[in-house]
Design a protein around this ligand. Structure first.
Ligand code: BTN
Length: 331
């Protein structure tokens, strides 16, 4: 669907949006874009079919009213404040995994900042080989291609940067004080609303590209979660009590990610460590850790400047660079 809207429809739409409160006649639209009035009217009907709404005056003029909450690339691109992230946006109605599509684009030299976004995923991937539930219309499924000039060993820091950016974007909504569960889950009120899957193509000493995949549960209702997820996952709509516009949230995530990514390139995690620690849902808490095929119980005591979680287990201090942790008691 999102890839089917035509450039003519987008041009008409953008012009109507630019007109704000002013009325525009189909005739003047036709003149502006060298189209017949019939084609203009057909385009307006198509836009209605997509869910756009227009007011019509008694004289048959139109003005823009509302846009549907569909992750169309042209909607994300319009008014986006990020300058590099979103330089190219590819939208799909349905894909297997946006990370896989991004990987294919990256191999073909897509520029840094290219974004892949989908209305649904049929094979959405989570961390540690899990799947990511990606039903249509409810969530955000997006991947960003980055080409950071840092050593491969620094890549885990990027996951934290992405989780922090998502948490920050969510915090713009009243009442949603998002937290980070190391390394890259985002929680609201102790339940997971978003996850980050960072995938790397690298040689021993240099990164070719990184794909940052972000999944956010946005407008799900409780019935949209499987029984297995119901007590661990939530959505922004559930926690806020009203729906969230996904296009604006994507724009905010990209803006936060761009800001924090540029800081990361300059200074690693140094400038962001305080925010990462402030937003951490596990620091000072007792956690269980899957480590070397064993489950250990310890206390999360710090996050290092390389992104490692420092845990005290009995008399030992462990530094985890990746892995799976969970708090031993509920949040
Ligand atoms: C996790 O918490 O396990 C990470 C989930 C990441 C899901 C996103 S959705 C967009 C991108 N494409 C994927 O297949 N996965 C990531």
């Amino acid at each position: 669907m999102p890839d089917d809207i035509t450039q003519t429809q987008i041009d008409i739409l953008n012009l109507l949006k630019d007109q704000n409160e002013n009325w525009t006649s189909p005739k003047s639209l036709g003149e502006r874009f060298h189209l017949s009035i019939k084609t203009v009217n057909q385009s307006l009907s198509e836009l209605l079919r997509w869910g756009y709404r227009f007011e019509t005056s008694r004289r048959g003029e139109v003005r823009f009213q509302t846009a549907p909450d569909i992750l169309f690339p042209h909607e994300i691109a319009r008014g986006i404040k990020a300058q590099v992230l979103g330089c190219e946006i590819h939208g799909f109605r349905s894909v297997g995994s946006t990370n896989s599509v991004a990987h294919r684009h990256a191999i073909k030299n897509a520029p840094e900042g290219t974004v892949i976004v989908a209305g649904r995923q049929t094979a959405g991937r989570g961390r540690l080989g899990r799947s990511w539930m990606s039903p249509p219309k409810l969530g955000i499924y997006l991947s960003v291609i980055l080409r950071p000039t840092v050593a491969p060993a620094q890549a885990p820091g990027l996951s934290l940067v992405a989780a922090l950016s998502v948490a920050e974007a969510i915090r713009h909504y009243p009442g949603l004080s998002a937290m980070i569960k190391w390394p890259n889950d985002v929680l609201v009120n102790g339940k997971k609303v978003a996850g980050v899957l960072t995938e790397l193509s690298a040689e021993l000493d240099r990164i070719n590209f990184v794909v940052i995949g972000i999944g956010i549960n946005v407008n799900h209702e409780p019935k949209d979660f499987s029984a297995e997820l119901a007590d661990r996952a939530t959505s922004l709509q559930i926690e806020q009590g009203c729906p969230v516009n996904r296009v604006r949230l994507v724009q905010e995530v990209l803006l936060q990610l761009e800001k924090r990514y540029l800081q990361f390139l300059k200074n690693g995690l140094k400038d962001q460590l305080k925010a990462i620690k402030d937003y951490s849902s596990i620091l000072t808490r007792q956690i269980s850790i899957r480590h070397d095929n064993k489950t250990l119980v310890g206390t999360a005591i710090d996050i290092d400047v390389d992104g490692a979680l420092v845990v005290s287990v009995g008399r030992r201090t462990l530094r985890l660079l990746s892995g799976e942790i969970s708090p031993t008691e509920s949040y």
